[in-house]
Design a protein around this ligand. Structure first.
Ligand code: NDP
Length: 485
């Protein structure tokens, strides 16, 4: 019998599901059991061509609609997503292995927020009137054209919407390629957008590995590339896009600092560290994986952290009581276990966890290392799993310098009850998305993105509009033209 997660076909192009079994088969494995639940096929060159030509053609009429008309479609799609939240959350859990307890509140709901927010903004995208004496300049905010979205595997519904919603609001069309690891959810986003009234060809989804992404990025018809992925992939995609002088948004990895001063509320700080390391089993780009704790509260912090981490419920992701799921794939599990071994070898102290969980599926125990030093591999490289490194510090000046001593700059957090210190420290941290007495909140209203190697551009908020549109300026002369001859 076909599994309920099996999609109707691999791709969604020009308003309908399209299959081409000549492409490389991509098995979809449920991370909680290791069982194959679906198969899709990578896009062949013919499928890539179909998606790009259809999106290029459809964009012209879409851009001519009023923003209010486009916005109404996006808001209708948001309503449909919310009505189907349960079904979409179950699919997200099959795609990623994340527990239903999380997917019910963080995936289709977050995608719907983006569709609603950018749907609301679409009608108010205007230019400026700039008086020049008798003459004037006016500006027009125009669509870029055909945009490509390429997603990572940790938030397949959210990423498809965070890229699609602002792109479509601005009058662009999109071809979206999900990660080969999680190909299912973006197809539902496309289906829902079309059910809500998006014209055929405006939002297309095609499957594939890096080569398909590469084919999209290098096509001369593509005007913009928005990637969520790792830094090495980001560098390749950025370089390929530069060849064609395309616009880019790069949402890449991180190794973010979370700084806890000794006057902080310990339970809130522990809660922030748990949210910033163990949500989605640690597979979150903005995680605060270097937890700097001021020496005076170190042992108290570690004791409370170990006690609360012990309350994590590992189990069947479809059981709503489960609060901690498996790694997305066996490969990712092995990468993370490799880092845990490195941590032990390099002399960090295991406070809790430290092993694969003794159960089927790709589960790793939530792991806390203490006595971590800045030079250890686990303190330098992005692990993308449930591994928290706790480092000690003495002074504010010292911790700021150490927090910034990384190639990454996605996020940073500070826990303290001294508000002038909180703002002073945040002001000096090299990161794009920061938190004071909190961690990892990502509302659609707030800009999201990194500095340094963590990326360029911003998603969400009014900032995203700037990255999916361009400004045309028009000088209007009222008098005669003066010329030298
Ligand atoms: P990858 O960089 O491996 O892949 C990202 C996407 O790019 C995938 O769809 C991948 O395809 C595709 N791709 C790979 N090579 C190329 C290429 N040469 N040209 C075009 N596309 C290509 O990242 P992961 O999927 O492993 O995701 C984890 C990473 O994503 C982490 O580093 C994490 O920090 C980052 N991330 C960043 C976020 C942010 O907003 N800053 C949010 C979430 C994750 P395929 O996988 O199918 O081969």
């Amino acid at each position: 019998m076909t599994h309920p997660a099996q999609p109707k076909a691999s791709h969604f192009i020009n308003g309908e599901y399209v299959e081409d079994t000549a492409g490389t088969p991509i098995p979809v494995i449920y991370a909680a059991t290791g069982e194959q639940i679906a198969t899709v096929y990578a896009a062949t060159p013919a499928i890539v061509e179909q998606a790009l030509s259809t999106a290029k053609e459809a964009q012209k009429a879409w851009a001519k609609m009023t923003g209010t008309e486009r916005g109404r479609i996006l808001r209708r799609a948001a309503d449909i997503m919310r009505e189907r939240n349960h079904e979409l959350s179950v699919l997200e859990t099959y795609d990623t292995g994340k527990p239903l307890q999380e997917t019910l509140v963080a995936d289709a709901t977050s995608g719907a927020d983006a569709l609603e927010y950018f749907g609301g903004l679409a009608g108010s995208l205007t230019g400026e009137h700039i008086p020049m004496g008798e003459d004037w300049v006016y500006t027009v905010r125009e669509a870029l054209g055909l945009c490509v979205g390429i997603g990572a595997w940790n938030y397949p519904t959210q990423i498809a919407c965070w890229k699609g919603a602002p792109a479509l609001a601005c009058g662009n069309s999109m071809v979206f390629k999900p990660s080969e690891t999680t190909p299912l959810c973006a197809l539902k986003v496309a289906e829902i957008l079309h059910e809500a009234g998006a014209p055929a060809g405006i939002y297309n989804v095609i499957q594939g590995m890096g080569e398909v992404g590469g084919a999209l990025v290098t096509d001369p018809r593509v005007d913009k590339v928005s990637l969520t992925g790792s830094v090495p992939t980001g560098k390749k995609v950025y370089a390929a896009a530069a060849e064609g002088m395309k616009h880019v948004t790069m949402e890449l990895g991180g190794k973010s600092p979370l700084i806890i001063f000794d006057d902080a509320d310990i339970d809130n700080a522990v809660g922030g560290a748990i949210n910033g390391n163990f949500y989605s089993s640690g597979q979150v780009c903005s995680n605060g994986t270097r937890v700097f704790v001021q020496k005076g509260i170190k042992e108290k912090f570690l004791a409370r952290l170990a006690e609360r981490t012990g309350n994590a419920i590992l189990g069947d992701p479809m059981d709503e009581a489960t609060s901690f799921g498996p790694m997305v794939t066996e490969n990712q599990m092995n990468i993370v276990l490799g880092y845990i071994e490195k941590g032990k070898e390099e002399g960090a102290r295991v406070v809790c966890g430290g092993n694969r969980a003794d159960m089927p599926g790709y589960y790793i125990q939530p792991t806390v290392f203490a006595d971590v030093t800045d030079d250890m591999t686990i303190a330098r490289e992005e692990i993308f799993g449930p591994v928290m490194s706790v480092l000690d510090f003495d002074t504010e000046e010292e911790v700021i310098a150490r927090a910034n001593d990384t190639e990454f700059g996605l996020s940073a957090g500070v826990f303290t009850n001294d508000f002038s210190r909180a703002h002073r420290v945040i002001g000096q941290l090299e990161a794009g998305s920061c938190f004071i007495n909190s961690y990892n909140d990502a509302p659609v209203e707030a800009p999201f993105g990194g500095v340094k190697a963590s990326g360029v551009g911003r998603e969400n908020s009014k900032e995203a509009i700037k990255h999916f549109s361009q400004v045309k300026s028009v000088y209007v002369r009222m008098g005669d033209v003066e010329a030298a001859f």
